[in-house]
Design a protein around this ligand. Sequence first.
Ligand SMILES: Nc1ncnc2c1ncn2[C@@H]1O[C@H](COP(=O)(O)OP(=O)(O)O)[C@@H](O)[C@H]1O
Ligand SMILES: [Mg+2]
Ligand SMILES: [Zn+2]
Length: 270
Amino acid sequence: MGDKSHCSVCGKAKEKRFINYANIEVYIECECERKCREEKEKADCEYARRTAVELRNKNSRLSLLGQKATFDRMNVDKYNEVAVRGGKYLLNQLLKNEEGVGKNSLVLQGNRGSGKTYIACAVINDFNSQNPVSDLRIRQILKERDSSYRKEEFSAVKSPCKFITEMDLFALYYENYNYCKTEGPLDEFKKAGKLLVVDDVGASNYEKKRVQAMYLNIIDYRYSQGLPLMLTTNLTKSELSDYLGDRSFDRLKACSYFVDLTSPESRRAG
Ligand SMILES: Nc1ncnc2c1ncn2[C@@H]1O[C@H](COP(=O)(O)OP(=O)(O)O)[C@@H](O)[C@H]1O
Ligand SMILES: [Mg+2]
Ligand SMILES: [Zn+2]
């Protein structure tokens, strides 16, 4: 099989050529070998792109369920159509890579099961899949695969969009606040370069003062830097204002579209 003089697919003798400047003889690749090689390269490239999106989603802290959310295969009805449009608008702003004028953030309100989290995840997932993958990354992923790394051991592919629930954000904020005021794990979220999604605002019953201090810190930072924010919540506008506090809510109002998706039924199947 190690015979280089014949095609490994069809068995025909291969054409030989002498390379003068290198002083070596080479065999010309047979047509079927070339096809094979190109097919393998194409499959490798697809694998690497798919994996890059998975790794970006992981870096975004998207759940496995969240990774399945996408605008392409989403059910749209009269309850969520405005929110879907809002999500797509936000996605396009993020992909355009330019600072938009006016409002850059989105607050999705509605009852449990109305599809708020799904839309928030779709923005991140679709952003991660539509952002091109560099050749360097593609080569690195293939190299790691070919060195039999497990997927969990692959090097991270960074995403500037982050997803976190209010509960996790609260834990992160108060675990790292005292001794890590400038740079800490919180910054991955607070300073996310494109989008921060905070899911289920108002779903916890932490001490009001601490909740409000946290939101003021984060909302004020993102607002002043012009960085987009997306919140999902079961609360109404006035409940949200009371929950976040006036100062945070004023900033939120200044930079956000509010969309209500309240629907009579949960979308949760079964
Ligand atoms: N537009 C949609 N198309 C298809 N499935 C959806 C859609 N919106 C929500 N779902 C599914 O319905 C369920 C509830 O949605 P979810 O986003 O968790 O609601 P909420 O965050 O408002 O409580 C999830 O299982 C989700 O995958
Ligand atoms: Mg939810
Ligand atoms: Zn051949």
